[in-house]
Every structure is written in C-alpha cells, then in structure tokens.
Ligand binder design. Structure first.
Ligand SMILES: *[C@@H]1O[C@H](CO)[C@@H](O)[C@H](O)[C@H]1NC(C)=O
Ligand SMILES: *[C@@H]1O[C@H](CO)[C@@H](O)[C@H](O)[C@H]1NC(C)=O
Ligand SMILES: *[C@@H]1O[C@H](CO)[C@@H](O)[C@H](O)[C@H]1NC(C)=O
Length: 320
C-alpha cells in the first residue's frame, strides 16, 4: 500500500505506555499493536496514487515530491510537493487517523524504483540492480531521510514502509542472481530498516512486501509464492531487529491465472491457507502482521469469499 489511512477502533486513554515512545505513537507488544499501552485495532484503506517521484518534464499542477533534473534528484518542498503531504498529515491528525508512508514502489506506477534505474543507470536491463547499486541506495536513502526527518516527531505516522511489493523482477526482468537464497531483498530490507532506525528511534518500520515465502516443502517447491523465487523470505525478513511487523498481500486469481490453486479449496481455501501461514510465521517471531491488500473479482465472489478471509484474519489477530 502506498499510503494508508488507519482508523482506530479503540481510542485509548491509558496513562501507562508499554514502550518508551512519545504519547500517541503506535507500538507493538508481541503479535499485537498498542497505542498508549492499550491494544490498537484498526481497519485501513489504500491511497495508491499519492505520487512520489516523476520524470521530467513535470506537468503544470502535478503533485510530486522528487524529480530528476540536470543529472540529479531535486526534492520538491513547495506547495505542489511536501507541503501537500504536510496537509495530508494535518487532516489525518484532525480525524485521529494514522498513516503508513511508503517510500517507493516495485512497479512503475506513480514513480517507482525503475525511475531510479532509468536515470542513474540508463539502459540497465534488470530490475534487481536497484537493491545493490551504491548510487541507487544513496539516492533512495536521501529521499527517505528527507521524509523521515520531516515527520519523525509526528504521532500521525503509524509506520514507515520501505517499498510497495519488493520483488526481484518488476516491469524489468530479474537478474539471474536475485532470489531469496541470494538474500538480495532480505539484505536490502536489513540495510534500509537499520538506516531508517538510525534516523528515527520511535516509529514502527515494515517491509511493504507481498509476503512470499522461501520454503522447501516438496509439494510447493515449484510454486513462485513459496519457493523464494520472488525474492522475499517472509519468515526470515521478520526476524530483523528493525522490522517491527510483517505485511502481505493476497490476490489468488492473479497469482494463479490458470485457476490451479495448490492445496485444494479453490481461491477461497488458498487464501485461508495463506492467511494462516502468515499468522503462524508472525507468531513464531512474536511480531504483528497486517494483511494490507486482498482481492478477488467479480463482486459476487467478493461477497462469497471476503467474510471467511476477514474472519480468519480477525481470529488470528491481524491488522487489515
Ligand atoms: C486517486 O485515486 C482515487 C480513486 O480512484 C481518485 O478518486 C483520486 O482523484 C485520485 N487522486 C489523484 C491525485 O490522482
Ligand atoms: C512447509 O514448510 C513451512 C516452513 O517450514 C511450514 O510452515 C508449512 O506448514 C509446511 N507445509 C506445507 C504444506 O506448506
Ligand atoms: C468467481 O465467480 C464465478 C462466477 O461468477 C465462478 O465461476 C468462479 O469460480 C469464481 N471464482 C472464484 C475464485 O471463486
């Protein structure tokens, strides 16, 4: 999710805080979120089109935060840039909402990491160079630092999210050496979560990933969602000190376009397996997990399937 508006179900007023954070900051306690020492439950929604960076030339009136000009990134601190994000935070605060802010997107929509590749290493043919190239890392970190320093004292920020749906491949293909086994994305999560923590001791940090596993079960060894090929390793990524909670997504029809859902049970049953697997994994490391996105089509299937998915997420104490 690029920017989520989280509406608290509990408005806590307790004086005792579980961790040493400023009042109003969301924290974790085992698999639960807390706010001012009380359990914090919420529902959220995506604002996927709150733009982050654009190629030149910039259209008049377009909101953007960063643009490539004269071989460098120019940050837009003005009224069509960060001032707009300031306003979003102010309005969210008025309604006691909290925001998860995402720093970039695996996909080209609304900016995204391949714009860094296009400008810094034009002509590069693989997506995963973003995770390892030093100039790319420095550029991303400069953007991250600008935003984190701007809002590090704001209780309206629920968490920082490193990337929407990080994968070895994007709109460009993956390089041959990127996999969960090579730890390309896990290493990037570690590096960037440590970096964010060095700037901001209090806010929660998460991946923004789709929750792909790196399992070696014989029945799932050829399955992209379970065999590490996507690049994430949900179990391992969640062990990092500065990854405070896990995220994952759930789109069975686009992930199994031929309709061959493993493990039986169709799209609904596969979704229930996926939800339970992430709950189990999070419980093992004692951190919360959020089902950030899910979907089936058409609407008749939503009516059919969503109640059981949402129920299992609630029963396993997910955020959603
Ligand atoms: C973002 O998308 C929503 C939903 O489609 C739309 O209502 C809104 O106008 C869009 N905002 C921008 C800035 O494009
Ligand atoms: C596969 O392996 C994972 C990780 O060890 C485990 O959690 C899961 O239950 C196993 N079985 C199946 C059918 O996925
Ligand atoms: C979605 O609904 C259609 C009928 O509208 C049905 O044929 C199909 O199996 C359903 N798909 C899933 C994933 O449940």
């Amino acid at each position: 999710m690029l920017l989520s508006y989280l509406v608290p179900a509990f408005l806590a007023s307790a004086m005792v805080v579980a961790k040493l954070v400023p009042p109003g900051f969301v924290t974790t306690n085992g698999v639960q979120f807390e706010l001012d020492g009380e359990p914090f439950a919420f529902v959220g929604s995506n604002s996927y089109n709150s733009s982050e960076l654009h190629q030149t030339p910039v259209e008049t009136g377009l909101t953007y935060y960063q643009v490539w000009e004269d071989n460098d990134w120019i940050l837009n601190e003005g009224s069509q840039g960060f001032e707009r994000l300031d306003t979003v935070l102010e309005i969210a605060a008025e309604f006691d909402m909290r925001l998860i802010l995402t720093f970039t997107n695996n996909w080209v929509g609304y900016g995204g990491m391949e714009l860094y590749i296009d400008h810094i290493l034009p002509g590069t043919s693989t997506h995963d160079v973003f995770y390892t190239d030093e100039e790319m890392i420095a550029s991303y970190q400069r953007y991250v630092r600008t935003i984190v320093e701007r809002y590090k004292d704001s209780a309206t920020v629920f968490a920082w999210e490193m990337m929407n749906e990080a994968r070895c491949l994007g709109d460009l293909p993956s390089g041959p050496d990127c996999s969960a086994q090579s730890r390309t994305i896990p290493n990037w999560y570690k590096l960037q979560s440590d970096y964010i923590r060095s700037l901001d001791p209090h806010h929660l940090i998460t991946t923004g990933g789709e929750g792909h596993f790196n399992w070696d079960n014989s029945t799932l060894i050829d399955d992209y969602n379970f065999n590490g090929e996507a690049g994430e390793d949900f179990d391992y990524d969640l062990t990092f000190e500065n990854v405070d909670f896990g995220t994952y997504h759930l789109y069975p029809q686009s992930w199994y376009p031929d309709g061959n859902f493993p493990l039986g049970g169709g799209a609904e049953g596969w979704g229930l397996f996926w939800i339970q697997a992430h709950a189990n994994s999070a419980k093992k490391v004692g951190k919360p997990v959020v089902l950030e996105e899910f979907g089936v089509t058409p609407q008749s299937n939503q009516t059919l399937i969503y109640p059981s998915w949402v129920q299992l997420a609630l029963d396993t104490k997910h955020g959603g």
